[in-house]
Write a protein that binds this ligand. Structure first.
Ligand code: TYD
Length: 210
């Protein structure tokens, strides 16, 4: 793995896609080769798994099945998209990674961390991000920003209590992985947040300076 692996994490509506787009534009301007991708999805097979996981009709899906499908999508996406881009020496910007499984399936659904570490251990082998950015905005505020819940999305419909547990789970991980999992204060405008993110990545030598 010779490239740089940067992950974006956060609750629904935290602004991950906007921040990934702004960072991608900045990298483009600076002539840095990069790949923008997402989980679950980011490759043909993983996008097919994504449809199954998020399908609003599948209310009977067990928590274990859900966790295994996320891990399965992750394994395939890593092999198809992330690992090849890193091998080419690119910067990979990935929307969500294992921290999402620990927050949503662990803190949110209540699955044991040991089970999640084990299945995700198979999925990611030694591919850990150089940095995972947690876009820190509480779920209630984030849902307001995105004008409510998408009724066709099984995860978004999981309820306020669930999303509050996910957020708390993310916050706990900041102390658990202080080197790789860091919070970004998102209370300013999207451009202010973008500038904060760029500065954090430049300081760590993960992206080229202007
Ligand atoms: P995403 O497309 O990032 O949703 P959004 O853009 O609305 O934030 O992710 C899809 C959903 O999958 C989201 O509700 C978070 C959830 N998820 C997990 O529960 N576990 C995981 O491991 C991952 C990657 C995502």
């Amino acid at each position: 793995m010779s490239g740089t692996f940067i992950v974006f994490e956060g609750c629904e509506g935290a602004g991950k896609s906007t921040q990934m787009r702004l960072l991608s534009e900045l990298l483009q301007k600076r002539g840095a080769a990069h790949t923008v991708t997402r989980e679950p999805g980011g490759s043909e097979i993983s996008e097919a798994i994504r449809k199954v996981i998020l399908d609003g009709r599948f209310t009977a899906m067990t928590d274990e099945c859900e966790a295994l499908l996320y891990a399965a999508a992750r394994a395939q996406h890593l092999a198809d998209t992330v690992a090849p881009a890193l091998a080419r020496g690119e910067i990979v910007l990935c929307d969500r990674y294992i921290f999402s499984s620990y927050a949503y399936q662990g803190a949110g659904r209540g699955l044991p961390r040991k089970f999640l570490e084990e299945i995700n251990g198979y999925a990611v082998s030694n591919y850990m991000p150089d940095l995972a950015l947690f876009l820190d905005i509480p779920p209630a505020q984030a849902f307001d920003r995105k004008h409510g819940v998408d009724e066709d999305d099984r995860m978004e419909c999981a309820g306020e209590g669930f999303h509050a547990r996910v957020y708390a789970g993310y916050k706990r991980m900041l102390a658990e992985f202080p080197e790789t999992f860091v919070a970004v204060d998102c209370s300013g405008t999207k451009f202010e947040t973008n500038a904060k993110i760029a500065a954090m990545l430049e300081e760590r030598g993960l992206i080229p300076r202007a």
